[in-house]
Design a protein around this ligand. Structure first.
Ligand SMILES: Cc1ncc(C[n+]2csc(CCOP(=O)(O)OP(=O)(O)O)c2C)c(N)n1
Ligand SMILES: [Mg+2]
Length: 889
């Protein structure tokens, strides 16, 4: 009872207090004790007593041995199954690296958490089927060999598959290194191997599940979100960055299991400290239910005999680095170093042999303790749970790496080490065969195989298992978009406004309105989205328990339980995680939610690219909307805020469509086609669209341009000049298209140059088409070569093309080789500045004057205009030739 109290402090008075506490506990229960403690604290405070800061509990199991539930299965059979999985997981990695040195893989991470996984697989992780929702499980990425090895026993993967671990490109196929839904369609559900993303995605997933329930899109259920994480991983800012949200939202559908093997890749997570205590303080302080699973059943008798809490005290003072040392030490060292600090501790273990001391197991390796923790977590109500399970990295590897600093990278075992592993886990492979590290699978009739299958049957099927059952949606009719095709007439608008109006309209739609999910990180007013606050409400699981200060106004800040807007506050990572949860609901919940995530464009690709990469992997659908974009279009904000490179970033994500539209109708065409492709045709793509805050009249849509808008370019305005000495093509994107249009007028009226203006909506689309076409031609030499779309557009218009955008020059350069004639790129390379739009466009040399100059200068080089004309133009347009280059600073 009095565990954790130093013996020295236990004088008579202390004992009396403790005894009376114990008697209250015995007669009146836990709640009464808690009430009294609260009262005592309050009184002590009144008396001016400075309370000791106490964020942690003693270094012992949260669930005492006498409150453990009985183990519901056969531990003996489960141990056999676990041992076989351990062996196969190890053999996969060893064999892969034998065949091809350097192919990589991890043995020791799974080895440390096999018990955590297996207790989950045998007793907790429910599969999704027609009768039940199942659980949502994020498996630690580099523990994938363990998941594969289990799937092998379950009959979901073949020996061939295991053989080809990390050899995906073999003709017969192989297994990806880590969980990638994109690469293993019917298997992995969540990409988890970029440390830190899985915890934050799991939190927002759990919250999104509640959102769906509160909005009536899904029936409430007892579905859990499990995230199996590493202790080293908890140092990633994303891992801890959203834990208060989980507590605030009372997400008792969320369980983190942190495998505290006290090591990461290079060495100890906290050699000089205690990671478990640190995490307990952090999670506990944030309002989570913390369950520590530190010691296995073999420690129970020791704790029972340690009436004065000396053992717990010693455990608390020993740093993690030293515990790691014990993991690799013999019993005599442990006796001397750990127990030897106090004769009373030595007395405690005097009947223990050195072997027994060495074999004392940590909690995370004891199914009884793990089961108790998992069960308590599942049953806990009111807050999320974190289970901190202490384990040993490389458990079972012995000399080959157990607890060693090199263990994370260990991929090869020699014959002796294989023999030792085989013997330790009792795998029926002969000495002669061990060297080959063969995979082992018992016959189906055996007790263990029957048991394994039966457990999964009871839990509803296999996990992980990704299966998409959402029915395709009908694309909204063209009529819904018609007003945007019409243009804005005399009214000046910004594409931001058009986009917001479009989404507001979609939200009102009877068919798909409920599925539209606006996500925004505290930037709604920046984009003029506040009208949506009132229209569809801001989601809050609590509704609105206060009178909003702006209640009297039309567009007040309206929070409601079934509000549609996910107003995430200032967390782009959290918002992106919401986007991913909403964008994958078609797979996780069979619900086609359609997220529109509006963010400040610089804080999009630039800030959360790894999550966007994860969205590509997980096949999230939806629209990423980069607001107030463009390095010269966003005036006044300067270096940190002006985005001139997100479209280049977007090029790197293969299934991301990226558009930089200039006009409302372009936007409408792109969004409608996106809805069609993602939700009707069920294509695994998603969209990045930039929108700007520059006001101008939105023209009506010309005839026949839809295909061009989607493919990346179309001729917006042909030259009006009938006869002219020279011709150029002006390619403009986003708001810079207007500069190209102005340059067209000047070139024609002042310099006698005919210019066609092209709206380039997507260099990425043009580039992709061109490289794919070129590839096809290369592989099909006997057939009629195809022409890239950009080349086709500009066919017969060679000479000079000037391409100007608000992004890096590299963007148009990507298609430069397919542009007939000379391509002159203009763009915004360099750090941004705070100034007016006009000043910025002069600084970055992307305004109509520089477009005109580039056209004339290109023509001069071609010999189509005189150099004098260029000099004259520079003067007339007031261009300073000695101005600094934006790249120089
Ligand atoms: C963002 C990121 N950085 C680095 C890595 C490389 N990496 C993979 S596993 C690992 C160590 C993981 O340690 P821990 O979280 O404690 O897991 P354990 O293997 O000990 O269970 C590292 C650094 C990664 N996968 N992701
Ligand atoms: Mg670790």
């Amino acid at each position: 009872m009095s565990r954790g109290h130093a013996v020295e402090t236990l004088d008579v008075q202390d004992r009396e207090w403790l005894e009376s506490l114990e008697s209250v506990f015995e007669r009146q229960g836990r709640q009464r004790v808690a009430d009294i403690l609260l009262r005592l604290r309050a009184r002590a405070k009144e008396l001016g007593v400075q309370e000791p800061l106490c964020r942690t509990t003693p270094y012992v199991n949260t669930i005492p041995a006498d409150r453990q539930p009985p183990y519901p299965g056969s531990m003996k059979i489960e141990r056999r199954i676990k041992s076989i999985i351990r062996w196969n997981a190890m053999a996969m990695v060893v064999r892969a690296n034998r065949d091809e040195s350097g192919i990589g893989g991890h043995i020791s991470s799974y080895a440390s958490q096999a018990t955590l996984f297996e207790v989950g697989f045998n007793h907790f992780f429910r599969a999704r089927n027609d009768q039940q929702e199942g659980d949502i499980i994020y498996f630690q990425g580099h523990a994938a060999p363990g998941v594969y090895a289990r799937a092998f026993l379950e009959g979901r993967l073949s020996g061939f598959d295991l053989e080809n671990f990390r050899r995906e490109l073999k003709p017969e196929g192989g297994l990806p290194s880590y969980p990638h839904p994109r690469l293993m369609a019917g298997f992995w559900e969540f990409p988890t191997v970029s440390m830190g993303l899985s915890p934050i995605m799991a939190i927002y997933q759990a919250r999104f599940n509640r959102y769906l329930e509160n909005r009536g899109l899904k029936q409430p259920s007892d579905q859990k979100v499990w995230a199996l994480l590493g202790d080293g991983e908890m140092d990633e800012p994303e891992s801890l960055g959203a834990i208060t949200l989980a507590a605030r939202e009372h997400l008792d559908n969320l369980i983190f299991v942190v495998n505290c093997n006290l090591q990461r890749l290079d060495g100890p997570v906290r050699g000089n400290g205690k990671i478990i205590q640190e995490l307990e303080g952090i999670f506990g302080g944030a309002g989570w239910n913390v369950i520590k699973v530190l010691w296995g059943s073999s420690y129970d008798p020791l704790f029972a005999a340690d009436r004065d809490g000396l053992l717990a005290q010693r455990m608390e003072e020993v740093p993690d680095g030293q515990f790691q040392k014990y993991a690799v030490s013999s019993g005599d060292y442990i006796r001397e170093d750990f127990f030897g600090t106090d004769p009373r501790l030595l007395e405690l273990v005097k009947n223990y042999s050195d072997e027994q001391l060495q074999d004392l197991r940590r909690g995370g390796h004891d199914p009884v303790k793990v089961y108790a923790a998992f069960k308590a977590a599942v049953e806990h109500e009111g807050s999320p749970t974190v289970i901190l399970a202490q384990t040993i990295k490389g458990y079972g590897l012995g000399e080959a790496g157990e607890g060693r600093n090199i263990t994370h990278q260990q991929k090869k075992l020699n014959e002796q080490e294989l023999l030792a592993f085989r013997t330790r886990f009792g795998i029926p492979i002969s000495d002669g065969e061990v060297q080959e590290a063969p995979f082992y699978k018992p016959f189906e009739e055996t007790e263990e195989m029957q048991y394994l299958h039966e457990r999964r049957r009871q839990l509803g099927g296999h996990v992980p298992h990704r299966h998409v059952q959402a029915r395709p949606l009908q694309t909204p009719p063209d009529a819904l978009f018609e007003e945007f095709y019409q243009g804005s007439g005399d009214r000046a608008e910004a594409t931001t406004m058009v986009f917001v109006r479009l989404v507001a309209k979609l939200l009102r739609d009877r068919e798909i309105g409920k599925l539209i999910i606006p996500v925004v990180p505290d930037e709604a007013r920046t984009f003029g989205m506040e009208a949506l606050f009132r229209q569809v409400g801001i989601y809050s699981s609590l509704g609105q328990r206060y009178e909003p200060v702006d209640k009297a106004s039309l567009l007040y800040y309206k929070e409601q339980k079934d509000g549609a807007i996910l107003e995430e506050g200032i967390t782009e990572a959290g918002s992106m995680s919401s986007f991913i949860a909403a964008g994958t609901a078609y797979a996780t919940h069979s619900i086609n939610t359609i997220p529109f995530y509006f963010f400040y464009s610089i804080f999009g690709m630039h800030r959360m690219f790894d999550l966007i990469w994860a969205a590509g992997d997980i096949k999230a659908r939806g629209f990423l909307v980069g607001g107030i974009a463009g390095r010269t279009t966003l005036a006044g904000e300067g270096l940190q805020h002006t985005d001139g490179h997100s479209h280049l970033f977007a090029c790197a994500v293969p299934n991301l469509k990226a558009y930089d539209p200039a006009f409302g109708y372009e936007l409408a065409v792109i969004v409608r086609d996106g809805l069609r492709r993602m939700y009707e045709k069920q294509e695994d793509i998603f969209y990045y669209i930039t929108m700007m805050n520059e006001f101008y009249q939105m023209p009506p849509m010309p005839e026949g341009v839809r295909e061009g808008i989607l493919r990346g370019m179309y001729r917006y305005r042909a030259s009006a000049a009938k006869k002219s000495e020279a011709k150029v093509n002006l390619l403009g994107s986003g708001t810079i298209l207007n500069e190209a249009i102005k340059a067209q007028e000047i070139l024609e009226s002042k310099y006698g140059v005919a210019a066609d203006v092209w709206s380039v909506t997507s260099y990425k689309e043009l580039y992709r088409d061109a490289i794919e076409t070129e590839r096809w031609n290369r592989l099909h030499p006997g057939q009629e070569p195809k022409r890239p779309y950009v080349q086709e557009c500009l066919r017969g218009r060679d000479g000079v093309s000037v391409a100007a955008s608000d992004y890096l020059k590299a963007l148009p350069c990507m298609v430069g080789k397919w542009v007939p004639g000379r391509l002159i790129p203009l763009g915004t390379d360099g750090f941004g500045r705070s100034d007016t739009r006009a000043a910025l466009r002069n600084y970055f040399e992307v305004d109509w004057r520089f477009i005109t100059l580039a056209a004339l200068s290109g023509l001069a080089e071609e010999g189509k205009v005189k150099r004098d004309k260029v000099r004259k133009a520079i003067k007339e347009m007031g261009i300073k030739t000695d101005k600094i280059s934006p790249l120089d600073v």
